[in-house]
Ligand binder design. Structure first.
Ligand SMILES: Nc1ncnc2c1ncn2[C@@H]1O[C@H](COP(=O)(O)OP(=O)(O)OP(=O)(O)O)[C@@H](O)[C@H]1O
Ligand SMILES: [Mg+2]
Length: 322
């Protein structure tokens, strides 16, 4: 029997700031807090998979060393987003003293923007009450959903999507560690499908590497619910040139041949419009249409009919009436 392979996002999860890539300004600010041994409450905002949890764990490792585990509590707010979680779990943990010779422990609250406003107010009081024994690190996608009184009690850090260079660096590190061959095309493809989300980048790489130890572009598109950008671009170009039948053929290939969901295709259409060689005005019209069809799909309309209708519309935009 083949032993289940470890998940790479965990295996290669950085434990020290030096091991993280990107987010350099954030990391150096955090390092200063640690050197001065004065950590305020922190608010980490940003998209998924860019190092928020990683940074919190690195802080725990830096502060507590081997004794980090009992002094670090990670809670996922959206599992139990009610006021009761804050009242019970957080309070129970916050009121006991740190284990070992540390001034405080850390509570990491993931998805804290999913907390109801009541729960956030309860959290605010808890933060105040236990400031002597506990530091909070709140993570969220949108800081705007965090109530003002919490924001004003935290140092705010805005995490960004990771740039190409940093994702490449990490992918190469993993390829070395796993003795994989990773073609330059494959790296490009991973960057395209992951859009700066390192978790996604690593997961796609691992999924592709199951098929073959030499990972190429083809393998990446096979394991990700994303079409080659070229394919989407061709479909659009055909539609715009009034070649409706051919454009429709491409669409069927993406939906049936590649097994993509209609919404995934639409997201890529949206992305590719910007790359088309068209006057600004035409791009605007196309974007407007994409918005309309996105809405229709979300309302549950038949995706094939809607996407075909969209291609038909594109034909009208591309080839104005004589
Ligand atoms: N800056 C980074 N440097 C190195 N690896 C990273 C970085 N950011 C993310 N990763 C990798 O991606 C995985 C997910 O990162 P992390 O858990 O920190 O994401 P997150 O920002 O907390 O996302 P979410 O909002 O979904 O919780 C990590 O296990 C790690 O392997
Ligand atoms: Mg996280």
């Amino acid at each position: 029997m083949v032993e289940a392979e470890e998940i790479w996002v965990e295996k290669y999860r950085p434990k020290k700031f030096e091991e993280m890539v990107g987010q350099q300004e954030i990391l150096s600010r955090l390092q200063m807090f640690i050197e001065k041994k004065s950590l305020p409450h922190l608010l980490f905002a940003g998209p998924p998979g860019v190092g928020k949890t990683c940074a919190a764990l690195c802080i725990a490792h830096e502060l507590f060393g081997d004794g980090w585990r009992p002094n670090f509590l990670e809670l996922n707010a959206s599992d139990e987003r009610g006021i009761d979680t804050i009242r019970t779990k957080v309070k129970d943990y916050a009121r006991t003293l740190p284990i070992g010779d540390f001034p405080y422990k850390i509570i990491y609250l993931d998805e804290s923007d999913a907390l109801t406003s009541d729960a956030q107010h309860a959290l605010r009081r808890t933060m105040e009450m236990y400031t002597h024994t506990c530091r909070f690190i709140l993570a969220c996608n949108y800081s705007g959903r965090i109530i003002e009184p919490i924001q004003s009690r935290c140092a705010i850090f805005r995490f960004r999507r990771l740039p190409e260079k940093e994702v490449t660096q990490m992918l190469k590190r993993i390829a070395r560690g796993e003795k994989l061959t990773l073609t330059p095309d494959a790296i490009k493809a991973i960057i395209y499908v992951s859009e700066g989300d390192m978790r996604r980048a690593i997961n796609v790489l691992q999924a592709a590497a199951v098929l073959k130890r030499k990972v190429d572009e083809k393998a990446i598109y096979e394991v990700s619910a994303v079409a080659r950008p070229k394919e989407v671009r061709q479909m659009l170009q055909l539609a715009l040139a009034g070649e409706f039948e051919e454009a429709r053929g491409k669409l069927y290939y993406l939906l049936i041949g590649q097994g993509l969901a209609g919404e995934d295709v639409l997201v890529q259409v949206h992305r590719e419009i910007l790359n088309l060689d068209l006057p600004e005005r035409a791009k605007i019209e196309l974007m407007d249409r994409v918005g309309e069809f996105d809405f229709r799909l979300r309302e549950g309309a038949n995706e094939r009919i809607q996407l075909e209708a969209m291609l038909a519309h594109f034909g009208l935009i591309g080839k104005p009436k004589p």
